[in-house]
Write a protein that binds this ligand. Structure first.
Ligand code: CTP
Ligand code: CA
Length: 223
């Protein structure tokens, strides 16, 4: 057990970490979601807490929360956005590790949807969710913003575009099509992008080791 270091690298810093895939309701008993486990976000919450930060974890995941970390449980992208905005001024650092659903149902049904008559197909209408990270990037005052990119192809090109478009300070990209990387695994391999810098690859390691390494580096940058 590693307790919070009172004189750690992030001592006195306020950190918001988001984790897990959002759940978007179809009706009272069904939802759509994605394969995010929340482990990368939990690793960042633990590493930040160990380094002496005050951590608010905003999560959809049921996994156990690291000791000493404040937790706010949410389900939808909209709830996640509201929870972050309520504390955005407070934060020095935001780690947006959640896999936010890009779409939600335009009109979640109030009652359970019944099977259609005569075996007919069911059509559901999706509308775009707010892009939380892009909103945070646009509203940034003093916060250091870390975003992620989950890609299955053209990692560098797609991730570079997200870095610019969302005005983040650091973008961590992972190729989720590879074995042992990203969704569900305890390990990851990350490509780190920062504005006006050459990309750096952090080779396969546990999510906790990666989070510790990255936060050490970030701590120096926000000094
Ligand atoms: N993100 C967000 N709000 C959304 C969608 C994504 O805050 N509605 C954040 C994620 O938490 C992540 C980053 O944006 O930190 C990139 O997410 P990703 O799904 O890789 O990229 P998108 O911009 O959604 O583009 P696409 O899914 O089309 O690749
Ligand atoms: Ca997306």
């Amino acid at each position: 057990l590693k307790l919070r270091q009172k004189d750690g690298q992030l001592k006195g810093r306020k950190v918001i970490v988001t984790a897990g895939g959002t759940l978007e309701p179809i009706d009272p008993v069904r939802y759509i979601s994605n394969r995010s486990s929340g482990k990368m976000g939990l690793a960042f919450a633990q590493a930040a807490s160990e380094a002496g930060a005050e951590v608010l974890l905003i999560t959809t995941s049921d996994l156990p929360v690291p000791f000493g970390v404040e937790v706010k449980r949410v389900e939808t992208a909209q709830q996640m956005l509201d929870a972050i905005l309520a504390r955005y001024d407070w934060a020095d650092l935001v780690v947006m590790a959640a896999a936010v659903a890009d779409y939600r149902f335009s009109q979640p049904a109030e009652q359970k949807i019944k099977k259609q008559a005569e075996h007919q197909a069911l059509h559901l209408d999706l509308v775009e969710n707010p892009d939380i990270l892009a909103q945070l990037g646009a509203a940034k005052t003093h916060q250091y913003l870390i975003g992620f990119a989950a890609e299955t192809n053209d990692l560098l090109a797609h991730a570079s575009e997200k870095l610019k478009k969302k005005h983040v300070d650091m973008l961590l990209a992972n190729d989720v099509s590879k074995e042992n990387i990203g969704f569900g695994y305890d390990t990851n391999e990350l490509l780190i992008l920062e504005p006006d810098k050459s990309p750096i690859t952090l080779p396969l390691a546990s999510k906790l080791e990666l989070a510790r390494k990255i936060l050490l580096d970030v701590a120096k940058k926000i000094k």
